[in-house]
Design a protein around this ligand. Structure first.
Ligand code: GTR
Length: 384
């Protein structure tokens, strides 16, 4: 009973602004050797690779390159989907290393009347596959394909379970079978790394699809999927835009700010998400050589849209907006200048501008029609 009380105390999450703590985050524009980053070239040649390597080593785990075997086949096609408005494709991607093979299923719709290759939203789906069912018998705001198509975009999704089952007993059963060394290495990727790696493989396919503009693929994720969309975009510059919805801890929120979910809590609840090395930072966020603003910065200069929900304090809306602000100087090394408001935008007052956008939706932890409406508005700034 005493031990239980102690552990509840240690695991208690703070929701009191006055206890969010005082902290200094690693500087975006200073190299580990203390030298200043002089401009975009310096950022790209030196600091960005350093930042990505630090996230690999300490947080998400090392990322393997593309697989030695890659193939895809069309499982099903319907040119008359959605009452003739859409072209449906179900594609199976196979990735292998010569010994092991894993299969990723992709569902995608493109507008039937598109005159040229379309920009496309790719969802890393961590929720029920019903949300992305090709039959469209469960319509939900989590993946509002009809609305997204009507706006002139394609939409696709894959299930995280194909890439790595989301549980600590079985996460190795997907693409991680191709990389046996990663399973035991302290800096080996686990489920979130595997999901991000797989998003890159789906992009490999999308680049070959003759209805999709491979240079206009937007990677989208919610919550654990939103942590993954950030990591996928940071790693793979071919993603043209990133959307991270309610991503919270080890997503878009500052780890050092003591508010909502902590590193210890996430590593304890989800020991199969991050590299084993990350466990060393349980209760020691300030010792991390990175904080999450650097992950956002690694996406620059590509457009990034981040969201929160007012009732989702677990994901720390304020700490998320702060991270976005701290990433801004890196985006501003490039010609397209970001001018985020000094104060976090009020609930339901989306800030939609190039290259950084943000909103805090009234309501709970979820991804909804409202959220997607803003994603489309943000994407329209670039692709319309
Ligand atoms: C929670 C977890 C969050 C977030 C969320 C989700 O339990 O603590 O970090 O990932 O799950 O994915 O919905």
């Amino acid at each position: 009973c005493f031990l239980l009380a102690i552990s509840l105390f240690l695991n208690a999450q703070n929701y009191d602004e006055s206890k969010a703590g005082v902290y200094t985050v690693p500087e975006a524009l200073v190299l580990e050797n203390g030298k200043k980053v002089k401009g975009a070239k310096d950022w790209e040649a030196k600091r960005r690779p350093e930042v990505v390597a630090l996230f690999e080593k300490h947080v998400y785990g090392r990322m393997p390159g593309p697989p030695t075997h890659f193939a895809f086949r069309l499982l099903r096609e319907d040119k008359q989907a959605m009452a003739g408005k859409a072209h449906l494709k179900e594609v199976e991607i196979s990735v292998g290393n010569g010994v092991e093979e894993a299969k990723i299923n992709v569902v995608m719709f493109t507008p039937a009347f598109a005159k040229k290759k379309v920009p496309l939203f790719l969802l890393i789906n961590n929720r029920s596959a019903r949300n992305t069912a090709p039959e469209r018998d469960t319509l939900s705001g989590f993946w509002p394909a009809e609305q997204v198509l009507a706006a002139g975009y394609g939409i696709a999704a894959f299930q995280v379970a194909d890439a790595a089952p989301d549980n600590k007993e079985h996460y190795r059963e997907g693409v991680l079978r191709l990389f046996p060394e990663t399973a035991s290495a302290p800096d080996g990727m686990k489920a979130i790394g595997a999901w991000a790696w797989t998003a890159g493989r789906v992009l490999d396919y999308l680049e070959k699809d003759n209805e999709v503009n491979g240079k206009q693929v937007i990677v989208v994720g919610h919550s654990r999927g939103g942590k993954t969309s950030l990591w996928a975009a940071a790693l793979d510059p071919r993603f043209a835009m990133c959307i991270s919805n309610n991503s919270g801890n080890t997503g878009a929120k500052l780890s050092r700010r003591n508010f909502g979910e902590t590193v210890q809590r996430i590593n304890t609840s989800f020991p199969h998400w991050f590299a084993d090395n990350y466990q060393a930072y349980n209760g020691r966020e300030s010792d991390l050589p990175v904080d999450q603003h650097l992950l956002l910065a690694a996406i620059a200069p590509r457009p990034l849209y981040v969201t929160n929900a007012t009732k989702d304090l677990w994901a720390d809306p304020k700490g998320t907006y702060l991270a976005l602000q701290l990433a801004q100087p890196v985006f501003n090394l490039y010609p397209e200048q970001s001018r985020l408001p000094a104060r976090q935008p009020e609930p339901d007052q989306p800030y939609i501008a190039k290259p950084l956008g943000y909103h805090n939706r009234t309501g709970k932890h979820d991804m909804t029609y409202y959220d997607w409406e803003q994603f489309v508005r943000f994407a329209d700034l670039y692709f319309k």
